[in-house]
Design a protein around this ligand. Structure first.
Ligand code: SF4
Length: 54
């Protein structure tokens, strides 16, 4: 995605701190209390193969 800076280098879509996914979906981070940035979560995150433990 153009101009989407992201520091999650562990994500498959991260290229030099930019997101290369076509679209991203951001959701609340589990507790439905979105009062801070920490309460949000990128639901499009996909682990890089070398990190995948699933
Ligand atoms: S999909 Fe989400 S976590 Fe992955 S690079 Fe894009 S914004 Fe970052």
């Amino acid at each position: 995605m153009k101009n989407l800076k992201c520091m999650c280098e562990e994500c498959h879509y991260n290229e030099n701190h930019e997101c290369c996914a076509e679209n991203v979906e951001v959701t609340s981070n589990g507790d439905n209390m979105v009062n801070t940035a920490a309460g949000t979560c990128c639901n499009t995150f996909k682990p890089r193969d070398y990190n995948y433990k699933g």
